[in-house]
Design a binder for this molecule. Structure first.
Ligand code: SF4
Length: 241
């Protein structure tokens, strides 16, 4: 664990040294977020932390955001989707359009997550993610520092070598705020309506968009080029958030 912590701190410090105010951490407030927020705090790095409020998050995630604000005295910037885009989408396709097809689900993710993320990344040069190699086959090849072909900036993955058990052990040892859904076997936490707990032996990403085929449900769109699909491997390539 000590070596992992050293590696993560080293990546965070390198990212800050290279990018300074150009660096941002769009935090998902899932399990990995506890580790990253705590290590950013320990390293005394003034990296801006923001989160995307899709309007469909679980109450436990909102509770976690407020706990983090109080625990670290951190000003978390909460970013919302464009209400006109959401209204148009819901008017045309219904409130639960994501159940209709993978295309409708991607449209919902695009409007509620990708567009706001693009807005907050505009003018930045780098961002931090909570992605880990263990999370999925597509993430096995992620690197500490990558060129993000989707957003045209540098992406840092400081937790790339952490396992889920190590994330949980760190939270428990440090007694830091965390998303209480973890206690109910949620591993990948997103919108309330698109997230479920997993059972023993299931893939960590099986709790997201479980009604879709494995391939369709692989990513949320934050780490994808909507026109070309998943951009992975080769040092290229959103925990996503
Ligand atoms: S996770 Fe579900 S509710 Fe959230 S933005 Fe994507 S499709 Fe919409």
């Amino acid at each position: 664990m000590d070596e992992l912590i050293k590696e993560t701190l080293s990546i965070l410090r390198m990212a800050w040294a290279k990018h300074g105010d150009g660096l941002v951490y769009p935090c998902s407030f899932g399990g990995e977020s506890s580790v990253l927020l705590d290590l950013i705090h320990q390293a005394e790095l003034p990296i801006p932390v923001l989160t995307l409020d899709t309007g469909r998050l679980p109450q436990a995630t909102y509770d976690f955001i407020d706990e983090v604000r109080a625990f670290y005295g951190l000003n978390v910037q909460v970013v919302f989707p464009d209400c006109r885009e959401v209204e148009k989408m819901v008017r045309e396709h219904g409130v639960n359009l994501f159940r209709q097809s993978p295309e409708m689900r991607r449209l919902c993710c695009e409007i509620r997550k990708v567009h706001p993320l693009k807005r907050v990344l505009a003018g930045r040069s780098a961002w931090i993610t909570g992605r880990r190699r263990e999370q999925s086959p597509d993430r096995k090849s992620i690197q500490a520092e990558e060129h993000d072909a989707v957003y045209g900036l540098t992406k840092y993955n400081p937790l790339l070598n952490w396992t889920w058990d190590q994330v949980r052990a760190y939270i428990s040892q440090r007694k830091i705020p965390y998303n209480r859904l973890i206690d109910q076997h949620y591993v990948s936490i997103g919108c309330e309506c698109c997230t479920r707990p997993i059972t023993v032996g299931e893939d960590p990403r099986a709790g997201r968009w479980w009604w879709e085929s494995e391939e369709a449900a692989a990513e949320c769109g934050l780490h994808m080029d909507p026109l070309r699909g998943y951009v992975g491997g080769e040092g290229l390539e959103g925990e996503g958030i």
